[in-house]
Write a protein that binds this ligand. Structure first.
Ligand SMILES: Cc1cc2nc3c(=O)[nH]c(=O)nc-3n(C[C@H](O)[C@H](O)[C@H](O)COP(=O)(O)O)c2cc1C
Length: 422
């Protein structure tokens, strides 16, 4: 099975299998947004994935937008992360830090000076879910303020410093979070970027922030920088008048950078057009021919949909999100074709060990078969990225692993994916 075959991701970094634990915000950091022992245990349990990508991790205080998300810009946070990376390494694993800035998906309560959150332009996101640090729900996001060009430089520098901090904290690399409607995505798309300076207007101008940032972080840590993009995503009120042209430009230009990988979030598809039926995610297929490096595909993958993609060389690695939450030993379960444990969405965000470190391994669990993951849409912070899990009977597991099933036309994914999270 190709999923369980090794891959050399970077010089000196060999993954024993092609299964990646997707970045998953779990809101369990301690006071001061410091990673803690419970988090170390959670990541340690998942060390058998070829690669773990950490939950999104703000690069500075202004970058926060959700409660109890761990940062990587204070010495306590870096110490906390050291315990996490040590735990993963001791268990034989590898871990990248996902570096994040929420931009306008935030609230003054998170901002160092209580000001409006920063973004590319003063345009509020409609329909995005936001909570204050005490978990009070915010009904309407306030209008962000436009980052000045000095602040853009400072923010890029904070990504660079966070990259250095990640290396100091023992991570094996970093993933820049350019997906799902956060700051980098807000600069890229012209629904959220109306600037009249060199960071707005034309596609190269809107992409300038991303590429200056990549220049900084790849110089800081050559060969250990990945990037996550969601070319089809509309989560957090992201829109663009010509998405295909924008992402074609961006992804083609990424070939000039020595990226460790490009991580694509597949579109959320609609009911009967879900990729679980058609077996083949759309966006990875599209971008595979443009990007020349290592490609990770994420979104509603099963064992068989992952293998189909790998067997057809349409991706090099497959990321699993919700299945990694409830199956710490997912690679072992796939190897044995063992039943999977269902996840409990009530415990995704916040809380303690329940629904976090108490999902059993196969060895620990009862031999009785567990139900398939749920199929309905989810009230998630990153629900756009979390395509519905395969409904029983719709799974491509019935498809042969070397067979690429029919896919729906490109347009249908966009149409179906534009469902705001409830
Ligand atoms: C609880 C939860 C938290 C998530 N947090 C993040 C995150 O921090 N960063 C990110 O890029 N995506 C995040 N996502 C999206 C996942 O990485 C992944 O793309 C998505 O769940 C789809 O994959 P799946 O169908 O295998 O779950 C999150 C998804 C879930 C369910």
């Amino acid at each position: 099975m190709k999923l369980l075959q090794p891959l050399e991701l970077a010089p000196g970094l060999v993954l024993p299998n092609r299964m990646v634990m997707a970045p998953l915000t779990r809101n369990r950091a301690s006071q001061g947004d410091v990673p803690n022992e419970l988090m170390a245990e959670y990541y340690r349990q998942r060390a058998s994935f070829g690669l773990i990508i950490s939950e999104a991790t703000p690069v500075n205080r202004a970058g926060h937008g959700y409660p109890s998300t761990p940062g990587i810009y204070t010495s306590q946070q870096i110490e906390g992360w050291k315990a996490v990376t040590d735990a993963v390494h001791e268990a034989g694993g590898r871990i990248f830090a996902q570096l994040w800035h929420c931009g306008r998906i935030s609230h003054p309560a998170y901002q160092p000076d209580g000001r409006q959150p920063p973004s590319a332009s003063p345009i509020a996101a409609r329909g995005a879910d936001i909570w204050k640090p005490d978990w009070t729900k915010v009904e309407n996001l306030i209008k962000p303020r436009e980052l000045s060009s000095d602040e853009i430089d400072f923010t890029i520098n904070d990504f660079r410093l966070a990259t250095r901090a990640a290396r100091d904290a023992g991570f094996d690399g970093v993933e820049i979070h350019g997906a799902n409607g956060y700051l980098i995505n807000q600069f890229l798309t012209n629904g959220s970027n109306k600037r009249s300076d060199e960071y707005g207007g034309s596609i190269p101008n809107r992409a300038r922030f991303l590429f200056e940032l990549l220049d900084a972080v790849t110089t800081e840590w050559p060969e250990r920088v990945g990037l996550r993009l969601s070319p089809s995503g509309s989560f957090n009120d992201i829109e663009d008048s010509n998405r295909d042209k924008l992402f074609h430009y961006v992804i083609e230009k990424l070939n000039e950078y020595d990226l460790t990988y490009l991580h694509i979030v597949e579109p959320r598809m609609f009911e009967d057009q879900d990729m679980a039926i058609y077996g083949e995610p759309l966006s990875t297929k599209t971008w595979r021919s443009v990007f020349k490096g290592t490609l990770i595909s994420s979104g509603s993958h099963s064992k068989d949909s992952g293998n189909v993609l790998l067997n057809h060389a349409q991706a090099d690695l497959i990321a699993y999100g919700r299945l990694a939450i409830s199956n710490p030993d997912l690679p072992h379960r796939f190897e044995l074709d063992a039943p999977l444990t269902d996840y409990n969405r009530e415990t995704f965000y916040g809380g303690g060990a329940e629904g976090y470190t108490d999902y059993p391994t196969l060895a620990q669990s009862d031999a009785s078969p567990a139900p398939e993951p749920e199929a309905e849409a989810e009230p998630l912070m990153e629900a756009q990225a979390a395509a519905p899990a395969p409904a029983s009977g719709d799974s491509p597991s019935e498809a042969k692993q070397d067979e690429l099933p029919e896919i729906p036309p490109e347009g249908t994914a966009e149409e179906g994916e534009a469902q705001p999270p409830s």
